[in-house]
Design a protein. Sequence first.
Lengths: 143, 432
Amino acid sequence: MGVIVGPRVIDAGASLFSVLISPVPVAAGFPSPAQDYFDGRIDLNAHLIKDITSTFVVRVTGDSMERAGISDGDELIVNRALEPRDGSVVIAVLDGELTVKRLRLTPTGVVLQAENPKYPDIKVPALSELTIWGVATRCLHHV
Amino acid sequence: MSKPALMRQMPQIAHVDVNCFYASAERAFDPSLEGRPLVVLSNNDGCAVTRSPEAKALGIATGEPWFKLAPRAKEWGLVAKSSNYELYGDISARVMELLGRYSAWLEVYSIDEAFLGVKGEPEQLLALGRTMKNAVRRNVGVPVCVGIAPTKTLAKLCNKWAKNNPAFGGVCHWDSVPGAVREQLLGRLSVEEIWGIAGRLTKRLNAIGIHTILDLTRTDPVAIRDKFSVVMMRTVLELNGTPCIPMEEERLGRDQLIFSRSFSTPVTTVAGLRQVLSVYGQNASARLAKHGLQAKVLTAFAGTSPFSGQEQAYPSVCVPLPMPTADPLLLTRAAHALLPNIREGLKYVKVGLMLTDLRPTGNQSPLELFENRHEEHRIGTLLEDVGSRFGRGSIGLGHAGIKSGLDWTMKRNMRSPRYTTHWDELPLVKAA
């Protein structure tokens, strides 16, 4: 049961993630006590942000994640509280820089993969020797 | 000396405090600062207000002027950052929101510290302390220490021990420290290390033979009241485990003003909270005016009762104000930014406002008056609309409209990006 919270930072008086939609008829179901206050907007915060305290938005520079659909200039939604797993797109600290990679946890070791053949894999002896800053949950790709 | 089980079940107080807050907030987004000496400078890039442990090790004192440090910065590898109040305000709001999940009773004491009411066996309290410490580190990315004790004064003291003594692992619980060890530690600390005892009082205490915290702990509280004040008596009682310092409602700190209050009757409607926030906004304005101050960042927060059996929520927002202000309308409007996060029907039992990035009223720009006069003609709304569509700074009055021009009275040449509050200043991650 998640706590739904709206935009945490208000800038220019507008929500970053408010999208207007046209009213859509919904089949009658369990009546919600919040119905009277439903104002017809999808709140992207509610859908894209699981935990407001641990979620950050970062911007990608470079093309090493192209094959994963992450392009130069795209924004990523990153949850710092998530446990990184095999296959997670992670923000790792490499040489003091925040770097986005695909994490591979294999029997032979930990690999940080690029999603672009131009860039080599980076092998790490153990996960404990790696600082994972956060796990990307969504890409806001510019189409 | 072991205490009866009943005593352990008495409510205790946890004091949670972010280590070197401003420096830690900078490091959370710039890992290259890890392990390097780092200072954060006061307004106008004047003095070092926060020092990383590495900067402390170099012998840099709090308040040391930057012009004295700058010539040696390169040799030391010292990095300086201008105060980034928008970043610190948001990180603070995240920490407080997270801590609110662990206790019914949260008092935001300053931008980087809070008191929480906690209950349980010593092992449970230690475990809770570690859980909170790990959660803040993992979720928000800043390190905290936790002190847990029967009183606020002792909780602050325990936190200090946790910070200074690695053996505690960042969490110190008063009742779990053996009595002999406590006495040894108290006997080593000067009275000025106690919360609320400043230099002048230290001298007077020394004059009557009270040098260490242990000395003060063993003083007769009534006698000390006659010699000093009821405040000193409270401190002695608190040191002996009797809670005397209640939840505070308003406080003007070094660089922040906080209003927070718990209600006996929960507020359950957005309209009700709008009223509370309006009253706080006006009170805050009056208080700022009284001290001749203006604020640049406002944080509003609320919390539900954990005893209602309902879903809990601890919403908070950090609102960068368009200009330094003490204007009740502006502050109230900013406080209302919390309202979209309020859910009708939940039982809110606490609400608070925190104002940071305070500066003297004298620094205000004449453009502010200009802008306010036009406010009557709804130009403010128009500017806001244009700004929200095309980005803040795309339009404005005179110089106020130029990007980053709003801070023109304030020198902040070394400010890091406002990573979490400005879309065009997001942290960059390398895909290479």
